[in-house]
Design a binder for this molecule. Sequence first.
Ligand SMILES: [Ca+2]
Ligand SMILES: [Ca+2]
Length: 183
Amino acid sequence: MVSEFRKKKFIHVFTTFFDTDKSGTITKEDFDQATQKVAEVKGWADGDPDFEKIKDGHQKVWQLLKGQADADDDGVITQDEWVTMWDSLIKDQGTSEPPEWASRNCKYMFQFIDTGSDDAIDEKEFVAAYSFYGFSEEDASEAFKKVSSGKESITFEEFQELWKEFFLSEDPEAPGNYIYGPL
Ligand SMILES: [Ca+2]
Ligand SMILES: [Ca+2]
């Protein structure tokens, strides 16, 4: 059984980042809406190369995620299916490499936050990105301080480690717990 603490973290990612339309489940619609939302913020029109790239990326993540999580193959990922997937992935793989869709998602998150594209995330970028997902500036800023352990910025290597820590750690004090904003 997955611990209540890790379950809470999995559900946090489910509701805050994947269930875009807040319907209580993850479907293709959530990825379509996420594409539109990002395009709006970035000012990309339908057909822009950047728009197509994001759209393509979102569709790939959806396909890979669906293959992995949608146990009854009905096109809908429930919270139970989501938690079961994370639990079995971690049991099967221990602390080794995450599945492809998860690695893609990690990279996507980093690139999304790193608007200055200098391969490091600073507090300003972190706060801006998480405001987009509905967190207050104060909460996002607090989360950044924990994630970065007080440093000015985090590199992609550090981000990947923190990201793994988020999914694996049972320690309530682990800095990685805040990689997806305040719990
Ligand atoms: Ca949904
Ligand atoms: Ca399902």
